[in-house]
Design a protein around this ligand. Structure first.
Ligand code: LLP
Length: 432
């Protein structure tokens, strides 16, 4: 059995034995990432896009671990960031300023100033207010060379995904509405300290249907033509965002070639290289969360396996009702293994937090699983650790990277001192 999956099936290089060993040595809960699976996904995407000039900018929010970032940088990718914290991370992981695209709907003046300081290659503007702020900061800095900016467009394309991960439809907070783009581009063109290098979109996340990409790409192509007609001659790329769906076991993935076919016409029609911002596609199925069953109990006709990981470690099931496949890794590693669940019985895998919405999976068949069993929650490489939080004062999990049969702890498990850093039981009062 292979518990870390490649998008296309069970071809992961991290097997049961290694996972058992990692859990024993590092403890649980622990996130485990497979370097080879990330390389494979990167190669699949760049291979599929080989027919058009393109650059992959990894969307850091999917998994911002420094070792994962350094690995993806070593493959040749740039980075797509959305905060000053992500900027600091990608710099530490070795990304050059030029290789960074700064997206995001709510960048602060400090974050924009840090981006200017770092020489970020492209700042994607999402509003007129942001344009004004950035132009002022660039003017105050006065660094001779104009700052490269893009406009993130809201193309009014609806992708069929969870409502919380749709971003490209009209009436959402993201992007500049199509009819406001040319006027904004003209304001940028008139500002000596900025230069408009790109227009782009990001339609949402976990999109399995290529149709929205086709539609969005066509809208961006028309927009580029309209901008050129309005005298804008500085465009150097078009950004098609991220959002490619992976399979979580039952749901369909968006194949890299199908995606490439949908967006490539945009490059051909405009003569501009594509920027692509995948997050989940590169790392989602390269990671799993290992957790141990603490208890098994029955209540009101239901059977619960209570695990040492919960919504604070992996929020996706609770927040989006997301399905993550759960597999038994081993069943004989500890306390009270006697009370195992019978073969066909349906169980709810629930976390230790004091919330009824705290679960990793409902109505699952996990034959043989009982106290002490090690479970792997699959597809946890993207938006897993990055969305974890220390609710109930539970320190965040450790992270491990596996490569070539070896493993490395790439983030230590947090301790309780980490949880209380900066806090004080004795307030130091100040007069306002
Ligand atoms: N570019 C931009 C501007 C984005 O906002 C995102 C994701 C991406 C690229 C990468 O999207 P991806 O290729 O990973 O789908 N927490 C949610 C996903 C939120 C995605 C936010 N933006 C989840 O767990 O499903």
């Amino acid at each position: 059995m292979r518990v870390v999956r490649a998008a296309s099936g069970d071809r992961g290089s991290v097997g049961q034995g290694l996972l058992t060993r990692i859990a024993a040595c590092v403890g649980t809960p622990v996130y485990v990432y497979d370097a080879e699976a990330i390389r494979r996904q990167y190669a699949a995407l760049t291979g599929a896009l080989a027919g058009v000039p393109h650059r992959v900018h990894y969307s850091v929010k999917a998994n911002a671990n420094l070792a994962v970032l350094a690995l993806i940088r070593s493959l040749g990718a740039g980075a797509d960031i959305v905060s000053g914290g992500e900027l600091a991370r990608v710099r530490r992981a070795g990304f050059a300023g030029q290789d960074i695209v700064f997206s995001g709907v709510g960048k602060t003046d400090r974050e924009l100033a840090a981006a200017l300081q770092a020489g970020v290659g492209l700042i994607n503007l999402e509003s007129e207010g942001e344009f004004e702020l950035l132009a002022r900061l660039a003017r105050e800095r006065g660094t001779g060379r104009p700052v490269s900016v893009g406009i993130r467009v809201n193309p009014d394309v609806t992708a069929d995904t969870h409502p919380y991960t749709q971003t490209g439809a009209a009436g959402m907070k993201f992007g500049v509405p199509l009819d406001q783009v040319v006027p904004l581009a003209q304001r940028i063109a008139a500002a000596a300290e900025l230069v408009l290098r790109s227009v782009g979109m990001h339609l949402g996340s976990q999109i399995s249907d290529p149709a929205p990409y086709r539609q969005g790409a066509a809208r961006l192509a028309e927009l580029v033509e309209a901008l050129r007609a309005a005298g804008i001659r500085t465009l150097a790329s078009v950004d098609v965002g991220g959002g490619l769906a992976i399979s979580y076991g039952t749901s369909p993935a968006l194949d890299a070639r199908t995606f490439a076919e949908a967006v490539s016409p945009l490059a051909r029609r405009t003569g501009l290289p594509l920027l692509v911002e995948p997050g989940r596609f590169l790392v989602g199925n390269a990671g799993c969360l290992l957790t141990r069953v603490l208890y098994r109990k029955r209540s009101g006709g239901r059977v619960f396996l209570v695990t040492d990981a919960g919504m604070n470690d992996l929020l996706r099931p609770s927040l989006y009702g997301a399905y993550h496949e759960i597999r038994v890794v081993d069943g004989d590693s500890g306390a009270g293994g006697a009370a195992v669940s019978a073969g066909g019985e349906l169980v709810d895998v629930v976390g230790p937090n004091c919330e009824s919405g705290d679960f990793l999976g409902l109505d699952r068949r996990l034959p043989g699983a009982g106290p002490g069993t090690l479970l792997a929650v699959l597809g946890a490489g993207a938006y897993g650790f990055g969305m974890s939080f220390p609710y109930n004062s539970r320190p965040r999990a450790a992270e491990v990277l596996v490569d070539g049969g070896r493993y490395a702890v790439v983030r230590d498990r947090e301790g309780v001192d980490d949880l209380m850093r900066g806090e004080s039981a004795q307030p130091v009062w100040r007069d306002p």
